[in-house]
Design a protein around this ligand. Structure first.
Ligand SMILES: Cc1cc2nc3c(=O)[nH]c(=O)nc-3n(C[C@H](O)[C@H](O)[C@H](O)COP(=O)(O)O)c2cc1C
Length: 217
C-alpha cells in the first residue's frame, strides 16, 4: 500500500476482532514509528505495549476508575472554542451518533467505556514522554504516532488514538510501573477491525483546505 492510500484509508476503529496481532507485526509498526523525524534527533517518544493478560488487567483497572471518577470526553481547553472549530466536533458527533446508537449504547457511554477498554483491541499502546522535555516536543511524539498509525494501516491493521486515558494517569502509572518523571500522552488501540460493527461504519469529514491554509503568492 502506498503512503497516500494509507492516509486516505486510515480511520479510527472502535470495534476489533478477537484476533491476535503477532509480536513481529507490533515490532515492525513501532520500528516505523521510530523513523519519524524529531528535533536534533532527540526521539523523545516512548511506547509501552500491553497485550494478553496484562492488557486485560489494565482495562479492568481503567473501567473501574471510570466508574469512580466519571471522566467526560471533551476538547481539554480552559476556554470555550470558537464556534467555527467547535462545529467540527459537533459535526463529527452527528456523523457518529446514529452508528454508535446501533451498538445499543449512548454516544458518551460508548466513547468513555470504549476508550477505557481500548475498544476491545488485542493490543493497547501507551505513549509517554520524559517530563524533562518541554511541551513543544509533544510535536515530535505526534509525528511518531502518525507514523505508527499509518504503518499499521499499511499492514492491514487498525488503530484508534485514545486521549481519554490520560485522565487516568495515576492508575496507568501504578499498574505499568511508569515512573513519576514520565508523562502519559496517549493510548493507542491496535488490532484487526471488525468490519461488521456499526461502530466502524462511518468516516468523519475534514474541512476544506481553504479553511486551514493561507497562501502568499
Ligand atoms: C490525540 C487524539 C486523541 C483522541 N482521543 C480519542 C478518545 O479518547 N476516544 C476515541 O474514541 N477517539 C479518540 N480519538 C480519535 C478521534 O476522535 C478521531 O481521530 C477523529 O474523530 C477523526 O476521525 P478519524 O481518526 O476516523 O479520521 C483521538 C484522536 C487523537 C488524535
Amino acid at each position: 500500500m502506498d503512503i497516500i492510500s494509507a492516509m486516505q484509508q486510515r480511520k479510527s476503529i472502535r470495534a476489533y476482532l478477537a484476533k491476535e496481532v503477532s509480536r513481529r507485526d507490533i515490532e515492525e509498526i513501532l520500528s516505523c514509528a521510530s523513523l519519524a523525524p524529531s528535533a536534533i534527533n532527540l526521539q523523545p517518544w516512548e511506547f509501552i505495549v500491553t497485550y494478553g493478560d496484562e492488557k486485560d488487567r489494565l482495562v479492568r483497572r481503567l473501567l473501574k476508575a471510570r466508574l469512580e471518577r466519571q471522566v467526560k470526553c471533551g476538547p481539554g481547553t480552559d476556554r470555550p472554542l470558537p464556534e467555527r472549530i467547535s462545529l467540527r466536533a459537533t459535526e463529527a458527533m452527528a456523523i457518529m451518533e446514529p452508528h454508535i446508537s446501533a451498538t445499543g449504547l449512548t454516544f458518551n457511554r460508548f466513547i468513555e467505556e470504549g476508550s477505557c477498554s481500548f475498544y476491545g483491541a488485542p493490543v493497547a499502546i501507551i505513549v509517554v514522554i520524559d517530563k524533562i522535555f518541554p511541551a513543544i516536543r509533544y510535536l515530535d511524539v505526534g509525528l511518531a504516532v502518525s507514523y505508527l498509525l499509518l504503518a499499521a494501516q499499511a499492514k492491514g491493521l487498525a488503530t484508534c488514538p485514545i486521549g481519554l486515558i490520560a485522565a487516568y494517569n495515576d492508575d496507568i502509572s501504578q499498574m505499568l510501573n511508569i515512573s513519576d518523571d514520565k508523562e502519559i500522552l496517549l493510548g493507542i488501540s491496535l488490532g484487526y477491525a471488525d468490519e461488521d460493527s456499526p461502530a466502524n461504519a462511518f468516516r468523519t469529514r475534514r474541512v476544506d483546505i481553504n479553511e486551514i491554509v493561507t497562501w502568499y503568492e
